[in-house]
Design a protein around this ligand. Structure first.
Ligand code: GLA
Length: 344
């Protein structure tokens, strides 16, 4: 057991491959510099005393009996409960949580929080997670069972497996994570917040997942990874369009990987634009505020721009051409290392 540790988990940007993770599909994501830090120190007495610095709020509960709660407390209680279920002997601890990542902006503040909490608590227990894929799955159970969002594995894997100057091609059927060099030359990736907060649990996200399940049942296939455009044409609306998005989005991930390998940035921008059109028209997760942010980025010289994350608000990603300046309100993003723990 360690007496004190600091864990940091980054947020993520998804270059392309949206709403594919829970369909056994493909994505191309990277970890960013902004994220969530958890400072943990062992406490006697078998209790957790957590403080969320950014909200000035606290939570206390016995390690042996974390009961359900709402908001950020659900993450802390879920982290303790799921680690214990995975045979981690979680000690009593004080936890101080702080973030450099905006919440609800589509940059995976939820996953960063789960990952930082579980890394800190398992390191404090002296049982650091050996397998990052398994830890991503554990974090996703916190989100599914304690927070009430049926999100997939994209955010957790990107936060845990990030690599500087690389994007990660993630295959959610095999869970293979393959780094792909992210050499943008003089191009820049920026994000612009649409200003509309999103909440996975209350948005249409869970409804989209239900629609995908319904489409699989009608098609008699185990997941939409097995679907084709021809199958999509046989389905009633809107299920056919949902499937068309997932099938075409998987193809766009492969196109983006090829574009990055060739350092063909205009081709990457075209993929980003095509992904946005599909998310807007077929998957229907855009909003007027998001469309406005896309227009603002395009007006500022973005070659490609699209909504990222679950949609229904949040941030827009833009690929700026070399001569364009980062527009007001937008932030440049670069790929950074994955989550890490250090002694405090
Ligand atoms: C959210 C979820 C992810 C993923 C994306 C959409 O970020 O947390 O699991 O489904 O939406 O690609």
């Amino acid at each position: 057991m360690r007496s004190a540790v600091i864990a940091f988990a980054p947020g993520r940007i998804n270059l392309v491959g949206e709403h594919t993770d829970y369909n056994d599909g493909l994505a191309l994501a990277f970890a960013i510099a902004q994220g969530v830090t958890v400072r943990a120190a062992a406490l006697p007495g078998g209790r957790i005393e957590a403080a969320a610095r950014d909200f000035g709020e606290e939570d206390r509960f016995p390690v042996a009996e974390p009961s359900p709660a709402r908001g950020w407390r659900a993450f802390v209680r879920g982290a303790v409960a799921e680690l214990r279920r995975a045979a981690v002997d979680v000690p009593g601890a004080s936890l101080e949580i702080s973030a450099t990542l905006p919440r609800g902006a589509g940059l995976s503040s939820s996953a960063a929080l789960e990952v930082a909490l579980t890394l800190a608590l398992s390191a404090l227990a002296g049982q650091p997670a050996a397998d990052r894929i398994e830890l991503a799955q554990l974090c996703s159970r916190i989100e599914n069972e304690w927070v009430g969002a049926q999100s997939g594995l994209l955010d957790q894997l990107a936060s845990l497996c990030g690599r500087p100057d690389h994007a990660l091609r993630i295959d959610f059927r095999s869970l293979a994570v393959t780094p792909v060099a992210l050499d943008l030359g003089a191009y820049k990736l920026v994000i612009l917040d649409s200003g509309e907060r999103r909440a996975n649990a209350s948005s249409g996200y869970n409804r989209r997942r239900d629609e995908c399940r319904e489409a699989c049942a009608l098609l008699g296939i185990p997941s939409l990874r097995a679907a084709t455009l021809e199958m999509a044409r046989r389905l009633p609306d809107p299920l056919g369009r949902r499937v068309r998005h997932v099938v075409s989005e998987n193809g766009r991930v492969e196109d983006a990987v090829k574009a990055l390998r060739r350092r063909d940035h205009p081709a990457l921008a075209a993929v980003i634009d095509a992904s946005h059109a599909s998310l807007r028209d077929d998957y229907e997760v855009s909003t007027p505020a998001v469309e406005d942010a896309v227009r603002r980025l395009k007006g500022a010289g973005a070659l490609g721009a699209r909504v990222i994350g679950g949609g229904f608000g949040g941030s827009v990603l833009g690929l700026l051409s070399p001569d364009a300046r980062v527009p007001a309100g937008a932030v440049e993003v670069r790929s950074g290392p994955g989550a890490r723990v250090s002694a405090s």
